[in-house]
Design a protein around this ligand. Structure first.
Ligand SMILES: Cc1cc2nc3c(=O)[nH]c(=O)nc-3n(C[C@H](O)[C@H](O)[C@H](O)COP(=O)(O)OP(=O)(O)OC[C@H]3O[C@@H](n4cnc5c(N)ncnc54)[C@H](O)[C@@H]3O)c2cc1C
Length: 402
């Protein structure tokens, strides 16, 4: 069996690696003309995502490049701590949430694909795909080449072409009302009132902008900011914002807060190019004929969930198990969807709730600080069992039959 994987991001590369483990050949076709070395900021990789990576022998290879993130602390614009929680419930296998640079994660995945002999071609944009008579798929790329395979996996992200090939009526992603930028600050000493304990990720509700940061073992501070923007910005419009302009805007947004934002902005050599953030409440059709979508193409979640990459990795491993065990591609796709849909849509709903709190107005801010947060904190202190066990405790038993 041969699979075409469209998209060489987290979902695509991991899918190809998982398929190889299941004994299925795959080739990865990535639209960009080069790999993503050095691209992008950082992300938190949840313990459930690391569990899924571990089934492919890549858990410690990835976490070795990052650092454990055990606690999340929420503060308001005055720096007052509103609540503090464990990032995730403890797992019997000891796996923990880690913070990693995107480029390190991509490099480990790319090297693992190369080591397994998986061909990855760059500068190959899929434009169309049609079912082959008698089964399989014919894919057409922008360079005009036609490639045949037994199945096609669309791991082509938020603006997935495969999603609309499968279902021309598929919904577009929902804009989440927030932009995202950030940086890596070096040589910065945070005053003690800003705490900066190892293993803690600080989330601060600024008056006008949300700030997140964590101190890496080398003392650098990895941070992001979420300026609210009612309007979704065009790609060209975002690209036209220079680093200096981002610095100016961020300084202005945090000017009235008692947060370390200015230190972080000034301590960073580069400010990440801005992104819009999105999610999908639901994508009704994940597969048709011998084509399926995985990762953000099927269920992008707001970055506020901290789970998008982990969901993509879980998808990859689950789909490979289904294709290994089921008698047909159709049965495997159906099993994959039944194992995945409820879980990923619950994550999307949770991410939406987390993201909404980032843009509170003056009244909502008081309710959040005086009513909601104390309630949440006391509930978390009282309950022994973590309410997010279902999410972070997820384990994929590779050897078990589907
Ligand atoms: C600001 C921000 C912060 C985030 N923080 C976190 C976090 O802390 N933790 C977390 O788990 N997740 C986080 N996420 C989400 C996470 O980044 C995504 O869920 C994850 O990258 C999805 O991977 P993917 O491979 O499905 O999609 P993508 O990473 O988008 O990859 C899709 C790939 O397909 C390629 N492609 C597109 N169209 C075609 C085509 N027609 N032909 C060929 N190739 C194509 C693209 O070039 C791209 O390389 C964050 C996201 C954002 C935007």
């Amino acid at each position: 069996m041969h699979a075409l994987v469209i998209g060489g991001g987290i979902a695509g590369t991991t899918t190809a690696i998982a398929l190889a483990k299941a004994g299925i050949d795959a080739t990865v076709h990535e639209a960009y003309d080069r790999d993503s070395e050095g691209v992008g900021g950082w992300l938190t990789l949840a313990s459930n995502g690391i569990d899924a990576l571990a089934t492919l022998g890549l858990g410690t290879e990835v976490t070795a490049h990052g650092f454990p993130t055990r606690t999340m602390r929420l503060s308001n614009h005055t720096g007052r701590v509103l609540a503090e929680f464990p990032m995730a419930p403890e797992r019997p296998d000891g796996l923990e949430v880690h913070t990693v640079r995107r480029s390190d994660l991509y490099r480990v995945l790319r090297d693992a694909a190369t080591a397994r002999g998986i061909p990855v071609t760059y500068g190959r944009r899929l434009v169309d795909a049609t079912p082959r008579p008698g089964g399989g798929v014919v894919a057409r790329f922008a360079d005009g080449e036609l490639v045949e395979a037994d199945l096609l996996v669309g791991a082509d992200g938020l603006r997935s072409a495969v999603r609309t090939i499968i279902d021309p009526g598929a919904p577009a992603a929902r804009y989440a009302g927030l932009l995202n930028t950030g940086g890596y600050a070096t040589g910065v000493t945070l005053p003690p009132r800003f705490r900066a304990d190892p293993g803690v990720i600080e989330f601060c509700f600024g008056r006008n902008c949300f700030l997140g940061y964590s101190v890496a073992p080398d003392g650098s501070v990895w941070w992001f900011a979420n300026p609210a923007s009612r309007q979704e910005m065009g790609r060209a419009e975002l690209a036209a914002i220079s680093e200096d302009e981002w610095r100016r805007r961020l300084h202005a947004l945090f000017a009235d807060d008692d947060l370390p934002a200015a230190l972080l902005i000034d301590g960073s050599d580069h400010i990440f190019a801005g992104w819009n953030t999105y999610d999908f409440p639901t994508v009704p059709t994940w597969h048709r004929d011998d084509m399926i979508i995985v990762g953000d193409a099927a269920h992008a979640t707001s970055p506020a969930s901290g789970q998008g990459a982990s969901m993509a990795i879980e998808d990859a491993v689950t789909l490979a198990r289904c294709l290994r065990d089921d008698g047909s591609v159709a049965a495997a796709f159906a099993d994959h969807e039944s194992l995945r849909r409820e879980r990923v849509e619950k994550v999307v709903r949770q991410g939406k709730r987390n993201g909404t709190g980032k843009t509170a107005g003056p009244v909502a801010r008081v309710i959040r600080d005086k009513v909601i947060m104390p309630m949440v904190a006391s509930r978390a202190a009282k309950t022994g069992a973590s309410p997010s066990e279902w999410l972070f405790g997820h384990h994929i038993e590779w050897d078990a039959p589907v």
